[in-house]
Design a protein around this ligand. Structure first.
Ligand code: PPS
Length: 335
């Protein structure tokens, strides 16, 4: 059996998962991971928290064709995926800002397991879109290595991995879960679930560690905080990674296009229609103007300082310290 679906027994989770709208949560174990080129001795991937809907796409993704000129991005959710997607797509498409404006990012760069997380309108099927896309395809996923197509490890197309500070991810993920997954719990409950490894795609630390240990020369690792600190420098790194020529003028224009304020106003990337559709469908139209409901929400590296209590900050720091001691070679991934 390639995938096993294991009920969550945790009593804290079970006590009120229904109230929080987490009834579909399940642990998924992938038993077919021998082809993943990873430097972790005796690696046995842990089960990952996903939706029961994942069964709809699991096998198709695992068996899907991979092409040498595919452009993959993989991240733990809320790590700067959309920002990096728009950057990569424009670099790989001769800075065609007009096309980027005309075609929504989700059509240019499908999120392959989306229908394994939520129920989509019948006309929307990102996995089929990706399978049928002419080359070069642009593919987004949040899945850990064991869940990605087996062919990825032999074909090895270029892949970008983006990481972000755990506390920033957690706060952003909470707001995303409320707006797009109808999560009904509090911020405190969500953070505790994340520390309990019971939010979609957890365990969090494992995700970053596994990607950092892949023997995959065609991978570029980016981080959200570096993108904030030096966006033009990141654009140049991405251009070099894809062997794309660039001028200073193109880099400046792209940095401007990717600025938080511009992305926020850009209907091709800001998913405002999607959020609006969700809020209306779930009788929350009153939240349409709530800033925290916006997909491109705050865009800061230390916004968590204002949103998390001292107690939660300490608990999250302990969570990371227990899994990744400061002397560990992985500590740099979680700063
Ligand atoms: S998802 O759903 O996993 O694909 O989300 P993802 O795109 O990874 O993360 C969304 C967060 O990235 C922020 N974002 C940006 N920050 C700075 N500049 C730009 N241009 C930008 N675009 C997106 C977005 O606001 C989310 O973070 P928070 O902290 O919630 O604002």
């Amino acid at each position: 059996m390639t995938f096993e679906y294991i009920d969550i027994e945790d009593p804290v989770f079970r006590a009120n998962c229904q109230e929080r709208n987490e009834e579909d949560y399940v642990l998924v174990r992938c038993n077919d991971y021998a082809s993943v080129p990873i430097n972790i001795p005796n690696w046995t991937p842990k089960p990952v928290c996903l939706s029961r809907r994942f069964e709809r796409v699991a096998q198709t993704i695992k068996q899907m064709e991979v092409r040498p000129d595919d452009v993959w991005i993989v991240t733990y959710p809320k790590s700067g995926t959309t920002w990096a997607q728009e950057l990569i797509w424009l670099v790989c498409n001769e800075f065609d800002f007009q096309k980027a404006q005309d075609i929504p990012l989700d059509a240019r760069f499908p999120f392959i397991e989306l229908s394994g997380l939520r129920d989509l309108p019948e006309t929307i099927n990102p996995l089929q879109d990706a399978l049928q896309m002419p080359s070069p395809r642009f593919i987004k996923s949040h899945l850990p290595p064991a869940f990605l197509p087996n062919a990825l490890w032999s074909v090895q197309p270029k892949m970008v991995y983006v990481r972000r500070n755990p506390k920033s991810v957690a706060v952003s993920y909470y707001h995303h879960s409320v707006s797009l997954h109808c999560y009904n719990g509090t911020l405190d409950q969500f953070i505790r679930s994340m520390m309990n490894e019971l939010v979609y795609y957890s365990p969090f630390h494992q995700h970053l560690i596994e990607y950092s240990e892949l023997r995959y020369p065609n991978m570029l690792s980016l981080c959200y905080e570096d993108m904030k600190r030096d966006l033009p420098g990141t654009i140049e790194r991405v251009c070099r990674f894809y062997n794309k020529p660039f001028t200073g003028e193109q880099v400046t224009r792209l940095a401007d296009h990717l600025s938080f304020d511009r992305m926020r106003q850009n209907a091709s990337v800001n998913r405002s229609e999607w959020v609006e559709f969700n809020l209306k469908q779930t009788n929350r139209a009153d939240k349409l103007h709530d800033n925290n409901m916006r997909f491109i929400r705050q865009g800061q590296t230390d916004g968590w300082r204002k949103e998390l209590s001292e107690e939660l900050i300490e608990a999250m720091d302990r969570w990371t310290l227990e899994r990744v001691p400061p002397s560990s070679k992985y500590a740099r991934l979680f700063q």
